[in-house]
Design a protein around this ligand. Structure first.
Ligand code: MN
Length: 197
């Protein structure tokens, strides 16, 4: 069985950038629903229920066809949100000089160009989805995924990601996704991103 992980901080910890009600609903309703629906879809399929989530996301072709879409959406949702909570933090500090910063500079020119490019990609996702910084064969890349698809499904390793589903920002930012994206940079947990890198 898959279980909902606790948030690593209180629901109000990311104020003023992300509000308490959004965090509470996002975690206890949205993320919780992905976990419950995943367990429900896999009921009776113990081999998949006991599988490591990373592993499951790379083996979707082995999942019975009649439940594959439900498993894809909800396993992706569970994975993406579990990661999302950990790459945010209160009182987060900017990315320090080091291997990740060097790699970002090498891949995107400089840090500000990276932030701009990631933000533009996040703004241009049509409908619901995610934007990620991934490691793909050792190289950094910005990619977007639709719905709850995860980079792990493409054998890429996400080290940073932003949820641009409206449920992630609508209560505070309404239709202003650009304002949410701008505010979100203030809560990025670069220490965790470095660790994932
Ligand atoms: Mn979400």
């Amino acid at each position: 069985m898959f279980t909902l992980p606790d948030l690593p901080y209180p629901y109000n910890a990311l104020l003023p950038h992300i509000d308490e009600e959004t965090m509470r609903i996002h975690h206890t309703k949205h993320h919780n629903a992905y976990v419950n629906n995943l367990n429900d879809a896999l009921k009776g399929n113990d081999a998949f229920l006991n599988m490591d989530l990373n592993n499951l996301l790379t083996k979707l072709d082995d999942v019975p066809e009649d439940i594959r879409v439900k498993v894809r959406n909800n396993a992706g949702g569970h994975y993406n949100h579990s990661l999302f909570w950990t790459i945010m933090a209160p009182n987060s500090e900017m990315l320090h000089e080091g291997v990740l910063k060097n790699e970002i500079n090498k891949s995107f020119g400089d840090f500000n160009t990276f932030v701009e490019s990631f933000s533009t990609t996040a703004l241009s996702v049509f409908g619901s989805g995610w934007v990620w910084l991934v490691k793909d064969n050792g190289k950094l890349q910005i990619i977007s995924t639709p719905n709850q698809d995860s980079p792990v499904m493409q054998h890429k390793t996400p080290i940073l990601g932003i949820d641009v589903w409206e449920h992630a920002y609508y209560l505070k930012y309404k239709n202003m996704r650009a304002d949410y994206i701008k505010a979100w940079w203030n809560v990025v947990n670069w220490k965790k991103v470095e660790e994932l890198f």
